[in-house]
Ligand binder design. Structure first.
Ligand code: FE
Length: 391
């Protein structure tokens, strides 16, 4: 059975944070991260809106980047004691992802983390609380997706949770929050959004419901990412919406091996942590060239929709890769892992195991072309040196 699931309501526009004042309920928990939402005054505004709506409100602060199982369990215990009927998460991907997992353990205290990490195995939620998400970055789109990434630090593994029960009820896209993003974060999260849309469009699980969202998101990233990075507030707002469209697409169409590669190399090298969006930006053109053998016509459709100048399928695929290369250059993102600064010896040492792990990543299953560990190693090698992909 195919399914297409989105939040019930998406509020968008400047100062839509105030929408929180219209929610109906008795008690709300606000989940936030390390302090930027507090510093910029958004946490206080969120709390006063909820109080204005007549809700007793408590704040769970201090969700770390790459939230841990322990933080999730602490938050769930906090919720079990306070019994909120609204969970409101505000900030970057981490506090929203953590709040989604807290929500599951608050509603279903009897389930274990091992049960929840099995894809599409989450029990019915919403018997105790509904969920509102307010993103401050423009990339992960966790405010509209069925996913959450939680890290088990004891095992050193990042677990992606996936279930449509985890799709928030309300997403609030207030571009004023996104104005707080520093330049590099704007570049990386924007390229993550582009990768979401491109991978969703060529995914084996794409559908007539996800295709238009992906195409429009790609066109908007091409139009608005660079001006947004340069500080144009109007473009910053459009990027906040574009990444959300991309999220609506990939939450339902899934992703591909660009994400498999980024997931398994982000923290694999002592010579450099590669931020998620930066890794995607580096890998995407190489993956397009690899996938073009089976998905060339789909990439050509993207290039045509974006108005890139070429006619043949091959020409259109090259134009798409060229456009991404151009964007990376303009955003000061490296084109290869070597340029990023990874040590060659360490790269070669880790290559066989990283390639194997990337093939086994959850995102590989929906990639349009099957890949072996040996091919994955060749793809990584091309991305290291900037070599051609012709296999
Ligand atoms: Fe991503």
């Amino acid at each position: 059975m195919s399914r297409f699931t989105l939040p019930r309501d998406i509020y968008y526009g400047r100062n839509t944070l105030e929408t929180l004042g219209t929610l109906k309920g008795r008690r709300a928990v606000v989940v936030v991260g390390g302090g930027s939402m507090k510093r910029f005054g958004f946490l206080d505004r969120a709390v006063s809106c909820l109080q204005r709506a007549g809700m007793e409100t408590r704040v769970f602060e201090g969700v770390e980047p790459d939230p841990s199982v322990e933080t999730v369990m602490k938050g769930a215990a906090f919720m079990r004691e306070f019994r909120p009927d609204w969970i409101v998460s505000i900030g970057g991907g981490s506090p929203i992802d953590a709040a989604k997992a807290m929500w599951a353990f608050y509603e279903c205290p009897e389930i274990s983390f091992e049960t929840l990490i099995v894809p599409f195995n989450c029990p019915e939620l919403r018997t105790k609380a509904r969920f509102a998400a307010i993103p401050s970055t423009s990339g992960t789109a966790t405010e509209v997706t069925a996913f959450s990434v939680i890290t088990d630090y004891a095992k050193g593994i990042k677990y992606p949770l996936a279930d449509f029960n985890l799709t928030p009820d309300i997403a609030i896209l207030d571009p004023v929050l996104a104005e707080t993003m520093p330049k590099t974060l704007t570049a990386h999260t924007g390229m993550d959004a582009l990768t979401h849309a491109v991978e969703a469009y060529v995914s084996t699980a794409h559908s007539p419901f996800t295709d238009p969202l992906a195409l429009k998101a790609i066109q908007m990233v091409f139009d608005y990412l660079l001006p947004s990075w340069r500080g144009d507030a109007e473009a910053r707002e459009q990027m906040h919406y574009a990444q959300c469209l991309a999220g609506m697409a990939f939450s339902n169409a899934l992703l591909g091996i660009t994400h498999s590669m980024a997931h398994k190399t982000g923290a694999a090298f002592s010579t450099g942590h590669i931020p998620h969006g930066c890794a995607n930006a580096i890998y995407l053109p190489y993956v397009i060239k690899f996938n073009a053998r089976t998905a060339g016509s789909r990439y050509a459709e993207i290039a045509r929709f974006a108005g890139l100048p070429a006619t043949s399928e091959r020409g259109l695929v090259n134009a798409l890769c060229g456009r991404i290369d151009e964007l990376n250059t303009a955003l000061e993102i490296p084109h290869t892992l070597r340029e990023f600064g990874l040590d060659e010896r360490e790269f070669l040492d880790r290559l066989p195991s990283v390639a194997e792990l990337a093939v086994g990543d959850a995102c590989t299953g929906s990639n349009p072309r099957a890949i072996t560990p040996a091919e994955m190693a060749r793809l990584f090698t091309s991305a290291y040196h900037g070599g051609v992909v012709d296999f």
